[in-house]
Design a protein around this ligand. Structure first.
Ligand code: AMP
Length: 544
């Protein structure tokens, strides 16, 4: 017997309608090239999204068409998030930091009909234009006054594209399973793969983001969204903030700029902020040097890569802000686990608290997970057994977009193999020990590069640390520690390796340490182990 409840479709349009009705005056603040501090409201954003939908209809965009963006976080990108998806087209957010060949591959593979591009990223599109045959139109996200001069035909500004369009648009009644947005993930091998989200998965994911124990967000809060809208839907913030009525601050092209982020936190009285650890390192360094304390900041969401304890400590001790460490993937919309603490946590001894803080946390309701060994056998949740992490749930991708062959990640029916190696404690707290391909195999056992990096960044003279496996004649691989020192410091190999003693198993201790000026990052701000392995190819460890 079926229940007798309404079958209202779960669409992004419903989030927009709710926000328009209930939070029309909630501010949206953006940094853009044409305005250093642009202020608008959700009401105005959605009014302009309707004008955008009219303009897209006028130029012949239909249900299911892919519309590309190469854009920073700002109000116009937010208008595209809603205008495109709610008219039934698919918003394809492209990461401008990828290699140009990857950008071209992605746009062609998705068969984008239009590209909305930030003026600062426009030169990339200009250069690639002859390799992007599917693009019928290029719209630059600015007004006519700031439109870059170009020899390309038909390039118009966003403001002129939507100017003169009516404020009304009859949003279609979409099937909740229709595709809403598309984002490619770039693995270390092969072409980037497309993750195709739908309205239903997005709405369910947004509900989960709204739990108190997820982002601790509400109507009284102001969120600084530093995580890019071109990567994993900015962790769902463009949907969560309007759903909850949270004020949102977008840093535009200034995402990695300490002074701009500092100024935004102070002037907008930001209470919450979300971003990857490398961004927070930049911000904390700037605040320390400038003698700034962020009084308004309460909660900092960190994910994308493992958050070192030193970042959590500095936020807590200097700024009184609590760090929520989260784990997820583009393939998971991206939310997977959140590290919140049980009752009584405050009275735990510091060492136990620290050991808990660096973990990636417990699955948010909606995500199921398991760890398996190489033969696919499930491993116990004992906090020790490490295996390949698999997940399933309504916002986890069931396949990649237009992939010729089935991906190995979807080999086991109903599960997605994340490619991460993890252990899970009896209470469901998961800890990533490595990406499967970054694990260091020493004498048949695994060494966690993440644990070593976490421990090394605890040293007062170490700013950033990365650990990779180096070939070893006896042990197969042994760890090499690569360190960026804090400004003005030159830590010696002996003092850092000595510091690690007792913090990790003895046989995990790196065989050597090198100092570098900079650690290479990927297009999504993670340490590029691939690049490091290339850089240190042929490196001879002492005694090897
Ligand atoms: P992406 O799809 O580009 O966001 O990358 C997802 C991958 O980032 C995951 O599979 C993990 O390897 C890594 N990752 C994300 N969050 C964390 C975290 N909190 N700690 C460690 N690794 C993380």
């Amino acid at each position: 017997m079926h229940g007798l409840m309404m079958d209202s479709p779960l669409t992004i349009t419903s989030i927009m309608r709710h926000a328009e009705r209930c939070h029309p005056d909630t501010p949206v603040v953006s940094v853009t090239l044409d305005s250093p501090l642009h202020r608008t409201t959700y009401g105005e954003v959605f009014r302009r999204a309707r004008r955008l939908a009219n303009a897209l209809t006028r130029v012949g965009i239909r249900l299911g068409d892919r519309i590309g963006t190469l854009a920073w976080n700002d109000h116009r990108h937010l208008e595209l998030y809603y205008g495109v998806s709610c008219m039934g087209a698919v918003l394809h957010t492209v990461n401008p930091r990828l290699f140009p060949e990857q950008v071209a591959y992605i746009v062609n593979h998705a068969h984008d009909r239009m590209m909305f591009v930030d003026p600062l990223i426009f030169p990339l599109v200009e250069k690639l234009r002859s390799h992007l045959p599917s693009l019928e139109r290029i719209i630059v996200l600015t007004d006519d006054a700031h439109l870059p001069k170009t020899s390309l035909d038909g390039v118009v500004s966003y403001e002129s594209f939507i100017a003169g369009e009516p404020d009304d648009f009859d949003w279609p009644d979409l099937d909740e399973r229709s595709a809403s947005s598309l984002c490619y993930t770039s693995g270390t091998t092969g072409h980037p793969k497309g993750v195709l989200f739908n309205h239903r998965s997005t709405v369910l994911h947004t509900y989960a983001c709204g739990f108190k124990d997820t982002m601790n967000l509400g109507r009284q809060d102001t969120m600084l969204a530093v995580v890019p809208m071109f990567h994993a839907n900015a962790w769902g913030l463009p949907y969560t903030c309007p759903m909850l009525g949270t004020r949102v601050v977008f840093p535009g092209p200034k995402m990695g700029d300490g002074p701009t982020l500092t100024a935004l936190i102070q002037s907008e009285q930001v209470t919450h902020a979300g971003g990857v650890p490398t961004i927070w390192q930049v911000l904390l360094n700037h605040a320390r040097e400038a003698g700034v304390v962020f009084e308004s900041l309460q909660t900092v969401l960190v994910g994308g890569s493992a958050c070192p304890l030193s970042i959590m400590e500095e936020f807590r001790e200097r700024h009184g802000a609590h760090v929520i460490h989260a784990w997820g993937m583009t393939e998971m919309s991206p939310l997977g686990t959140i590290n919140t603490f049980p009752a009584g946590f405050d009275s735990w001894p510091k060492e136990r608290q620290d050991a808990q803080r660096v973990k990636q946390g417990r699955p948010v309701f909606g995500v199921e997970m398991k760890i398996v060994d190489d033969d696919g056998r499930e491993l116990p949740w004992d906090g020790k057994s490490a295996g390949i992490l698999k997940v399933r749930g309504p916002w986890v991708c069931s396949d990649y977009f237009k992939l010729d062959e089935k991906s190995s990640a979807h080999e086991e029916p109903g599960w997605f193999a994340t490619g991460d190696v993890a252990n899970i404690s009896p209470d469901g707290t998961m800890q990533i020990t490595d990406r499967a391909k970054d694990v260091i195999k020493s004498g048949g056992e695994w060494i966690s590069s993440i644990d070593l990096e976490n421990a090394a960044t605890g040293h007062p003279k170490v700013l950033q640390a990365a650990v990779i496996g180096i070939k070893h004649p006896k042990w197969d691989e042994r760890p090499l520690l690569i360190v960026v020192p804090r400004p003005g410091e030159t830590p010696s190999r002996e003092e850092v390796l000595g510091y690690l003693e007792g913090k990790v198993a003895k046989w995990w201790l790196p065989d050597d340490m090198v100092i570098v000026d900079k650690i290479p990052l990927t297009a999504t701000g993670k340490i590029s182990k691939l690049e490091l392995r290339k850089q240190f190819e042929g490196y001879r460890l002492p005694g090897a």
